[in-house]
Design a protein around this ligand. Sequence first.
Ligand SMILES: Cc1cc2nc3c(=O)[nH]c(=O)nc-3n(C[C@H](O)[C@H](O)[C@H](O)COP(=O)(O)OP(=O)(O)OC[C@H]3O[C@@H](n4cnc5c(N)ncnc54)[C@H](O)[C@@H]3O)c2cc1C
Length: 769
Amino acid sequence: MDMSGGRPGSGLIGYGINMYKPYCASACHDSIPLKMHCEDGSDTMPMSDGEAPMPSAECISTSTPFLQSVAYCVDQKCPSSLTLDARNHWWTYNMIGRKLDQPKPNITYEQALQSIKFSPPTATLSSDGVLNSPVLVNDTEYVSNYHASLSFQGAEQAHSATSIALIFICILGPISYSLLQTYLKVPSQVSQKLNFDAWRSPQYRFKLPIIGKSTARLPTYGQMLAVALIWIVNIILSSVGYRSYQPNAWFSSARLEILTYVTNRTGVLSFVNIVLLIIYAGRNNPLLMATNWSRSTYILLHKHVAVIATITACLHSAIYLQIKLANGTLSVEQVLPYWIMGIVGTLAMTVLLPLSVKSIRNAMYEIFLIVHILFAILALIGCWYHIIFRFQHQWGYETWLYVAFAVWGAERAVRIGRLLMYSGWEKAIVVPLDEDYLKIIVPTAQQSPFEGGVIYAYFPTLSWRPWESHPFSVAGPALEWMTPAESKTVKENVASSPDLCEKGIIQLDKTQDGNLTREAEITQESPALKSDDTDLLATEHVEKYEKDWHISNAVSINRGITFFVRVRNGTTKRLAEKAKQPRAQNAKACTLPVLLEGAYDRGEIGSYSTHGIFATKLQTGLSLTKTTQFSKVVCIAGGVGITALMPMLHKAARAQDAHLPTVSLHWSSRSAALVDTISLMLKVSSKAVVNETERRGKVGLLSSHFVIGQRLEASEVLEEEIKGAKSDECQILILVCAPSDMAKVYQTRVAAYRRSGYALTYHEEQFTW
Ligand SMILES: Cc1cc2nc3c(=O)[nH]c(=O)nc-3n(C[C@H](O)[C@H](O)[C@H](O)COP(=O)(O)OP(=O)(O)OC[C@H]3O[C@@H](n4cnc5c(N)ncnc54)[C@H](O)[C@@H]3O)c2cc1C
């Protein structure tokens, strides 16, 4: 079995790369003993340890008896359907071996046959004989060699076929599912059953012995179905298409033969799963655009495919270890570079799994990310050299790795492209709302590419890791939503820059009738913006604030973006600390460079508009329901989760169109400052104040209900909202964007209401993957 490096092949075995076809010719070649005298000293007489010696390629190419014997065998054993061209091709390229720079036989196939036309061989070579004249093949050996090449190449072709099948199923599966959902008109009862809403899956808590307590959510039914299918497809494809051919020159038993094929299959499937896990993990995963499945669904698939890739890699290694142990060659193999690199690859993949558990990601996300990428690179390097050291580029096993590198590279390139296309070296103004929340305004950013989506913000000067980026939901435009004092800050910090003038911000500083300039408006002081103001909720202050707001808002400027940040432990904490510094020194507001990548997930929620089938993706990824088909949308938000809903809320607040569903917002927030800011943005402030901890208001199609520092009672909220929703015409969409524990309460309640016949659709948005 020649599996060492040879001429590079392109493609996969059976798909561009041939191993041993025509099998009859390969079997002839392998069945003629290489016992010949060689002038170059690579003598071939049996060695003392009984191992068959290997003559040099030069020696074989000039050994006329050997060439004659093989040619005669090919003539006798191969079917007449094997054309002369095919015979000649095999003779030229495979007769001597598969090396790139090997000599060609010094006589052609036809010449070899011609030379023995009148004196064909009549006997096989005796066990102690030397090839001095042409010989016949030993029939038993021929059959055994024929079986070896036939079954090995057959198995390898099956590996290629299953690997192609796996990639197609796992890519086309989600696409076909989404298309079917879009274009098949499913009756509503059936679609209710088929609608794999998240509410069906209860959240559960589990305790892991080492890692400790962790909260996890079971996937939705749709996600579970997708995950189960991926596992089933992998198990089936690892198990089918094996056939043993005995007697077999390479495998002494059918068990060993099948075991070898299984381990090779798992190796190939592991590589394909690596490709899939890279595709699924990408921010720019093309499947996100081609299907209605959400990013969290693909992240879930990424995790499962990663586990499968690791298990198959471990199986590949473990079975080979067993085989080498059994045949006593382990001591020789285990020091070979290919073996060592295989161990590196497998170990790197194995270590990645426990290092990626949720508790580690939560505790130290930034370290997790760096380690994750480094180990992923190590795993790929290990896999690559495992193949190259063992086979060079002969059998195309590295093809899937090329695909993996290409997918990864392309994804990173698209990120850079998105960064360069829509964002420059922007300036972010970081406004601390209180200890826990920051408002970040990027006044120079273009608005249209980012509106209503999630951006990845890079703050290159904030830490020693300038490549680090964090996702935030774009809450809305910047200038239009700025309070007067913030306008002032912008003006002081940014507006004087020629860059901003070039971008037209200054020209836009006029109202439509030209009477009021931003110059005038920024001279007004806003009480709500004084951070030491203890009476933010006092009605007269809110009214004053709102008055200012209206003045400010008279200017319609469609530039810049705003997002809100909940301060946590890493980058967000550094941002908060940075924002505090200038204030402490009584300096201007904190500004720092920012790069914006995105926007991602635009129109997922928070948007009335739809753009074909790709626009409204509910988290289950399995429903294409547009918000307009609901009579009402009930938004439940917790803390900074409000930001993901802002585009929808903003539109609802401005909308008068009777065809659009009404929107009810229930939001609980610990931060009064955040409530103030958001209230002003939605223009629901003055009429909203019920008491110190509660506000209610109505503007446009939006009814709002905010509670500060208190819990929203899920039963009361839902009771209030879903009255009369017990018919198909009165579908209500419940959108929840809240911390996991809070979302769980709503999920369970909605599930109960649905079971008792209410026409509710539940969608949940989490700020975590
Ligand atoms: C789609 C999406 C939209 C989001 N929108 C907002 C928003 O509008 N406002 C807001 O305050 N937060 C938002 N978040 C959460 C925000 O990205 C994290 O809170 C932020 O990255 C925390 O940074 P940190 O370094 O301070 O976190 P750490 O204190 O180091 O970690 C806190 C938590 O954030 C998670 N996290 C940290 N970095 C990332 C990252 N790059 N990608 C995913 N998760 C991460 C960690 O798993 C951990 O659970 C959003 C998250 C997602 C996935």
